[in-house]
Design a protein around this ligand. Structure first.
Ligand code: HEM
Length: 337
């Protein structure tokens, strides 16, 4: 019997019980195809990240707690302060994206753990991503590619793709329902994928994490956002960090048996137990466009011992495009402002 391609890949993957790295190559999209499609759809901005282009480096410290140690052996949760490299950014490929729009904000983190171990992640200000598989993401980007004559996406193509793939609209609906964030430090950032937390007994619990500002959420009214103009977030962040007001609770929502944990477009059901794993405090912000985050990428497959990827195909699918994207921008001369 001939299985449709996606089913065949899924069957092969689950039958072999392989991890996220071991997906059949056909489940992946060639990273250069992804990068080229980003550039065709959003334009090419040399030196900049093809997503999360407008950003700023910062640094901080994470202290994990006993509840986290009960879930994972990761040294991130030892209770001793762990240095963290931080990058905040505005969603999209355009380095001039306005700060006062109802769009995505990003929080990318690199935990520098003892013994040179590293944990990287890129979190977004929505509980869901805009696609559940790499193929669907590529299709969505292609549907948004401007028509050469009108220089705008063809509404019929956009609609046809979204009609066939309704989950690609969920993320945009979230942003439309929220105010413009008043600061990079006053909005929630979701990991959107499930990860497995493995403790000293070898028990694995899957969960989805959220970084929630300890000072609470703060948004702008439409008039306030208009008055702020398109470029206020970097200076605002510098001031807020000087005032010691940028820290986040690293919270984990625990999945229950039967929950869907392999999709970045399906949050866990409401009301799942939320465990606080510790607090991330941002302690300094780069005074300019430079800093340690400029010449690296944040690959969500770079995980510490004690944290493992779930079967969500989007986790592993990010690794190669991020690497190729880093290569392109390093050759062009890296920029972020
Ligand atoms: C196959 C799916 C995806 C592709 C092809 C893709 C592609 C990219 C690329 C090319 C970059 C720039 C990387 C660099 O130059 O360092 C990027 C950045 C980013 N992506 Fe994705 N992405 C995908 C899925 C996701 C998902 C599911 C999330 C949700 C958490 C996400 C969140 C981010 C964030 C937060 C950044 C900015 C990271 C930074 O500050 O360096 N991406 N993405």
């Amino acid at each position: 019997m001939k299985l449709p391609l996606l089913c065949a890949v899924a069957a092969a993957t689950s039958a072999l019980s392989l991890g996220a790295w071991a997906q059949a190559p056909s489940a992946q999209v060639d990273p250069n195809v992804f990068l080229n499609q980003f550039e065709s759809t959003f334009g090419k901005f040399e030196g900049y990240r093809r997503s999360g282009a407008k950003g700023i480096c910062a640094a901080g410290e994470f202290v994990g707690n006993a509840d986290a140690r009960g879930l994972s052996t990761s040294t991130a949760f030892s209770g001793k302060p762990v240095p963290v490299l931080v990058r905040f950014s505005v969603g999209g490929a355009n380095p001039n994206a306005p700060d006062n729009g109802k769009s995505q904000r990003n929080l990318a983190l690199q935990f520098n753990l003892p013994g040179g171990e590293i944990w990287q992640m890129g979190n977004i200000s929505a509980p869901v991503f805009g696609a559940s598989t790499p193929q669907q993401f590529l299709g969505r980007l292609a549907s948004l590619q401007p028509d050469p004559e009108t220089k705008k996406p063809d509404p019929a193509k956009v609609k046809a793709f979204a009609d066939d793939n309704p989950e690609v609209l969920l993320q945009g609906k979230h942003f439309a329902s929220q105010p413009v964030p008043a600061s990079f430090g006053t909005v929630n950032y979701w990991g959107v994928h499930a990860f497995g937390f493995v403790n000293a007994k070898g028990d694995k619990r899957f969960g989805k994490w959220i970084f929630e500002p300890t000072e609470g959420l703060q948004g702008l009214s439409d008039d306030e956002a208009k008055a702020k103009g398109p470029s206020f977030l970097f200076d605002e962040l510098r001031q807020r960090v000087k005032d010691h007001k940028v820290s986040f609770n690293f919270n984990l929502e625990l999945a229950e048996p039967g929950d869907k944990i392999d999709s970045a477009t399906v949050p866990l059901p409401a009301g799942r137990k939320k465990v606080n794993l510790g607090v991330l405090k941002v302690t300094s912000v780069s005074p300019d466009a430079g800093g340690d985050c400029l010449g690296i990428t944040f690959n969500p497959m770079v995980l510490p011992k004690g944290v493992e990827p779930s079967a969500d195909p989007m986790i592993a699918a990010r690794a190669a495009p991020y690497g190729v994207g880093l290569g392109r921008r390093l050759v062009e001369g890296p920029k972020q402002q």
